[in-house]
Design a binder for this molecule. Structure first.
Ligand code: ADP
Ligand code: MG
Ligand code: MG
Length: 893
């Protein structure tokens, strides 16, 4: 027979903290606390399986459940000396939800269950306090009426308010026993009227219905939404905890409160919490009365006159503090606890790992290592890698009141202030004069890159989280808000118009990319702190990981930022970005539009020194670290002139008829550029492009090496290879240039030539391609695109629908598709290494900075991951966690 019920109390428990899935977080931890001998009111936990049984059995309590609950209640009666439904010494119960993952406030709890017209008298007699008994009864009816019977709680609140008004009490005045008794009769009356049924008097009926209601609250609308948002499975179900009530509302020696064993916003090692005298738990949460500080330290910090619990009940407080310390040591983590004091006696009602800011999480993890409570590896595994992002950018001083004048999607975290500009050109000009700017656009395009680069922050009025502005800003680590639909850009008059205001070019604003806010004026910032706790944890992570972490960097600024975040090389340098800047696009256009090789070579000769100086700077910054340079990849049409104005400009420079040039532009038009004339296909059609790039790379490497004294570890990467013959052809060009440059300088040139694996054919033929390639870099953006046959740029129009309809769970462009794309990576890694054991393997798609994808890379045995600069710390930590997990799995821990 299935065991539905696990008991706890009297220093013992049938469950343990490890039974989280079956008993839910609250139940598992109540059991753990009870078996640690802590003062926990006795109770029982009904399993999540029972909840699932309740749903699958057409909302009937599963067979055998009631009998087990009754046995558990008998045990509680024995421990408390009270009887459930008894006319003397009644046992009252709390019926509490508690799922496997914490879902604060999403599901329901009923307190004081077991009260009726008879037991209320007995309760008053026991307590010697009739007022307390009637107050408890009305609380019970209100909660039960709401949670179980479905009558809105406001109905009861309205009645209470009217009654207080009628009695001439102000809001804070407590009612007398007789007055509460009258409120109870009004409550019962409204239930009978509204629901056509009497408030149930039989405690057992109350109990079964409450259990069913708590099960059902798993599927209430807010709980379902919460789970969807937090990716909690809908088929877990909730456990139900039935527990003897203790009373924090029995006068001035009673209290109830919540505490964190350390400060959850700073991580400071000091007990932090609040309590209310003479109150029941829901009063603290509901914020009906303002709670008092638990500790003297807290009271002083808050500048409050109202005494702390430490002062009011020193003995009880001392016991509480000792329990908090014991819990922390036992769980090895900061705890969030709920407690009640009944006439001086302390009771623990809940404990769980406390939520905290990233800053606090770091400090707590590092301190716990220093205190000898956890190991360095435990500390590494405590921190959510993506949360590190919060620490890498300046943030708005949390102590400042915000004047928000607009908002959109928080596309790239951090905050920055500057004067408004509306064009990339203005941004560049202002920056050249040393002024800080915020670039505001309707949307951005590749031609805005140079302006985006110099901007402190970016805001667009259109676009979503994967729009051009969002993706580029995240890559650059620039704060960005997109889709600020309430704002309008008036380009002609250079104004930003919002509800009730207009801002002109040059006025100062602040963009907060973490919250999505636009603020007026400049606001004080808190600078990121990369040493201290952060530095120590990252050091441990670096020791723990196996894979190296590189960065995707196209510019010196990217490379510098990435190195400061600990990048160990460049895994992807996209050379095309170098052609968008300043006057270069013009030369690039001339090259593309040239009618013959001679024309192309003429333009390429002018591009060569520009590329060489870019590479020299990059190599110098990376001094001696590996750098992977990818040859030109994008479809040429991305560089083509679009407006009539641009065509005229190019025609003039090329001494061509505008009409002729327009025809040439049209001839280059492609129906499906992403599958068109791009990648290594360009180098095969126009080898002179690859030759120029190779020459620039080799000459720059020589220059940088003589400057830094450290030879560059060069890796040249050929994009979009599907056939080995493609790679052979391009590699031959590169080798030839290497030989030439070597002859010219009289020095040998060392480098690796490899390819991106971004076509399914390349993955499948990896054993053959590896005969030529020295390394593979998985270009998972394109590999996802080509495996699914989904264009990344068009995916936004249907992926959300797929997600809503449950056809896919995660966007495969954000989180690697392990089953399909991942399988291709496995195949390629395996086959490639079979041909060449020394084959270097890495990943350079967006997924290289995604923790779950990084875990996959560890499993497949890649040598490195490469991601955008601001994700480098995230990847370092995620790679460490992946390595630790793999080791622990290997040793069966
Ligand atoms: P939540 O998960 O929303 O915090 P809980 O089940 O913890 O809900 O219940 C809310 C509050 O009800 C608790 O913080 C506590 O103050 C009070 N409570 C729960 N069980 C008891 C009990 N056995 N005795 C007294 N108060 C209780
Ligand atoms: Mg709680
Ligand atoms: Mg690609």
């Amino acid at each position: 027979m299935t065991k539905w019920v696990y008991r706890f109390g009297g220093g013992q428990a049938e469950g343990r903290a490890a039974d989280l899935a079956l008993l839910g977080g609250k139940g598992a931890n109540l059991a753990e606390m009870a078996s640690l001998g802590l003062p926990v009111p006795p109770g029982l936990t009904i399993t999540t399986d029972a909840c699932l049984g309740y749903f699958s059995g057409g909302k009937c309590l599963p067979e055998g459940l009631q009998a087990e609950v009754l046995e558990g209640i008998a045990a509680m009666e024995a421990l408390t000396g009270r009887s459930f439904g008894g006319s003397a010494h009644p046992l009252l119960l709390s019926v509490r939800s508690g799922a496997r993952a914490s879902m604060p406030g999403m599901m329901d709890t009923v307190l004081n269950l077991g009260l009726n017209d008879e037991t209320v008298q007995a309760l008053g007699h026991d307590a010697g306090d009739a007022r307390f008994a009637w107050d408890s009864y009305r609380r019970f009816i209100q909660m039960y009426g709401d949670v179980v019977m479905g009558l809105d709680h406001e109905v009861f609140e309205d009645i209470l308010e009217d009654e207080k008004a009628r009695l001439g009490h102000d809001y804070d005045t407590d009612l007398s026993a007789v007055e509460w008794q009258h409120v109870v009769s009004l409550y019962k009356q409204v239930i009978a009227e509204e629901l056509d049924e009497d408030f149930p008097q039989d405690p057992h009926v109350q109990l079964w219905r409450a259990i069913a209601a708590v099960f059902s609250s798993w599927n209430n609308a807010r709980a379902v939404t919460y789970r969807t948002l937090h990716r909690i499975p809908h088929d877990w179900g909730t456990a139900v905890n039935v527990q003897a009530m203790v009373f924090g509302n029995l006068g001035s020696s009673s209290a109830t409160g919540v505490a964190f064993t350390r400060n959850p916003s700073t991580g400071e090692k000091s007990l932090y919490g609040e309590f209310l005298i003479n109150a029941q738990g829901e009063d603290v949460v509901a914020g009906i009365r303002t709670p008092q500080s638990l500790t003297e330290e807290g009271r002083l910090a808050a500048g409050s006159e109202r005494p702390s619990l430490e002062k009011l009940m020193p003995a009880t407080f001392a016991e509480f503090r000792a329990i908090c310390t014991a819990l922390e040591t036992h769980y090895g983590d900061m705890q969030d606890v709920e407690f009640t004091v009944e006439r001086g006696k302390l009771w623990m009602l809940q404990t769980r790992a406390g939520k905290r800011t990233t800053r606090a999480a770091l400090k707590i993890a590092v301190d716990l290592v220093d205190e000898g409570v956890i190991t360095e590896e435990d500390a590494i595994c405590r921190i959510e890698p993506p949360s590190l992002d919060q620490l890498l950018h300046p943030t708005i001083d949390p102590g400042i009141a915000r004047t928000v004048i607009g908002s959109g999607l928080p596309a790239s975290p951090g905050a920055a202030s500057g004067e408004i500009v509306f064009t990339a050109e203005d941004a560049v000009a202002a920056e050249a004069e040393g002024r800080k700017v915020v670039l505001i656009r309707i949307e951005t395009s590749p031609e805005d890159i140079h302006g985006m680069h110099v901007a402190e922050a970016i805001l667009t009025t259109r676009g979503g989280m994967t729009s051009h502005a969002a993706v580029v800003a995240r890559g650059m680590g620039i704060p960005c808000v997109v889709g600020a639909g309430g704002l309008r850009v008036d380009m002609r008059n250079e104004m930003l118009i919002g509800p009730g205001f207009t801002l002109k070019r040059g006025e100062i604003v602040t963009v907060d990319g973490s919250s999505g806010h636009l603020l007026k004026g400049e606001v004080p910032m808190v600078q990121p702190e990369l040493s201290g706790d952060f530095g120590r944890l990252m050091e441990w992570a670096d020791r723990a990981r196996r894979m190296t972490v590189r960065t995707n960097a196209d510019t010196p600024a990217d490379a510098r930022a990435a190195r400061s975040f600990g990048a160990e090389g460049i895994g992807l340098c996209r050379t095309e970005h170098m052609f968008f800047e300043g006057g270069r696009i013009q030369v690039m256009r001339e090259m593309i539009l040239a009618e013959d090789e001679a024309g192309r070579r003429a333009a390429l000769d002018r591009l060569l020194p520009m590329q060489r100086s870019d590479f020299t700077e990059l190599f110098t910054i990376m001094s001696g670290l590996p750098v992977t340079i990818r040859l030109l990849d994008p479809p040429l049409h991305e560089f083509l002139p679009k407006s009539q104005e641009e065509i005229l400009e190019v025609a003039l420079a090329m001494e061509m008829e505008p009409g002729q040039l327009t025809r040439r532009v049209e001839a280059l038009h492609e129906f499906n550029p992403m599958l068109g004339h791009r990648g290594c296909r360009l180098a095969i059609s126009y080898p002179e492009i690859a030759e120029m790039q190779a020459r620039a790379i080799f000459e720059a490497a020589a220059a940088a090496a003589s400057e830094t004294g450290a030879p560059v570890e060069l890796e040249i990467m050929v994009p979009l290879v599907g056939l080995r013959a493609e790679l052979d052809y391009v590699k031959a060009c590169i080798d030839k240039v290497a030989a030439d440059v070597s002859a010219e300088t009289g020095r040998p040139i060392g480098y690796l030539a490899g390819t991106m694996i971004e076509l399914p054919r390349a993955a499948i033929r990896a054993h053959v391609i590896a005969e030529t390639a020295d390394f593979f870099s998985f270009g998972t953006n394109d590999l996802t695109q080509t495996t699914f046959g989904i264009s990344r740029d068009d995916a936004a129009s249907f992926i959300p629908t797929y997600q809503r309809k449950g056809i896919i769970v995660h966007d495969p462009f954000i989180s690697l598709d392990f089953d399909g794309v991942g399988e291709l990576i496995r195949i390629a890694a395996e086959r490639g290494r079979k041909t060449k054991a020394s084959l270097k393997l890495g990943i350079c798609g967006e997924h290289g900075g995604d923790p779950t994808s990084i875990r996959f890379c560890e499993e497949v045995g890649l040598d490195y991951v490469s991601c955008s600069p601001f994700r480098v710390p995230i990847a370092r930590l995620a790679a460490a966690q992946a390595a630790i997990e793999a080791r622990r799995r290997g040793s069966g821990q």
